[in-house]
Design a protein around this ligand. Structure first.
Ligand SMILES: CC(C)(COP(=O)(O)OP(=O)(O)OC[C@H]1O[C@@H](n2cnc3c(N)ncnc32)[C@H](O)[C@@H]1OP(=O)(O)O)[C@@H](O)C(=O)NCCC(=O)NCCS
Length: 169
């Protein structure tokens, strides 16, 4: 293995790629009730998840799967939307990232968690070929639990993918 490749594939801690994105919800992002559109939140989740994964892999990525998404509370125009993403597990060319979404009222600081999403990205090169990624360096019990939960979700996703593929041929 070249020195360049072995240094790119050196294990990385989740904290090395963890990302926080903050923006204010503007009228253009909202429905007629003044709440941010679900599709806008989904877009921001994809971006926040991708940034953490790019920081982990330093490669090109495609989104392979987004798990079921729920919106627990509306986020209003004028609130802050905060997205925190962290890599939970890595495999050979794919990795899972958790994205938590919060609203924060500017005047009171009141913060509520509004969504938690899990996305899977696959690392590719410019020709679309899969590219191996660095392993996740897991050091504490909380990270180990997160990675174990990610394994279960991955099995479920791959089962769902096989089912979908069987139905679409
Ligand atoms: C995602 C994609 C690259 C997988 O390609 P594929 O030929 O099925 O690849 P493989 O079966 O060899 O899987 C490659 C890796 O992805 C993982 N993977 C593929 N589909 C997955 C899914 N639905 N959920 C979780 N992991 C998945 C595999 O487990 C494998 O991981 P590993 O190398 O870490 O073990 C391909 O389906 C694709 O390009 N999809 C479209 C992506 C896209 O356009 N996204 C939106 C815009 S970015």
């Amino acid at each position: 293995m070249s020195q360049e490749l072995s240094s790119r594939l050196a294990p990385k801690r989740p904290s090395e790629s963890a990302t926080e994105m903050v923006q204010v919800v503007l009228p253009n992002d909202a429905n007629p009730l003044g709440f941010i559109l679900g599709g806008t939140v989904m877009h921001l989740i994809d971006i926040a998840g991708a940034i953490a994964c790019h920081r982990h892999t330093r490669t090109l990525l495609v989104t392979a799967a987004v798990d079921g998404l729920q919106f627990l509370h509306p986020i209003k125009v004028g609130d802050l939307i905060i997205l925190k993403s962290r890599v939970t597990a890595t495999w050979t060319t794919s990795l899972e990232v958790e994205v938590e979404v919060f609203s924060e009222e500017i005047l009171t600081g009141l913060r509520k968690m509004t969504s938690r999403a899990y996305l899977t990205f696959v690392s590719i090169d410019t020709e679309g070929r899969r590219v191996p990624i660095p392993p996740l360096l897991i050091e504490i019990a909380e990270e180990r639990e997160r990675a174990a939960a990610a394994e279960h979700r991955r099995e479920e996703r791959l089962r769902a993918r096989r089912e979908l593929e069987a139905r679409t041929v």
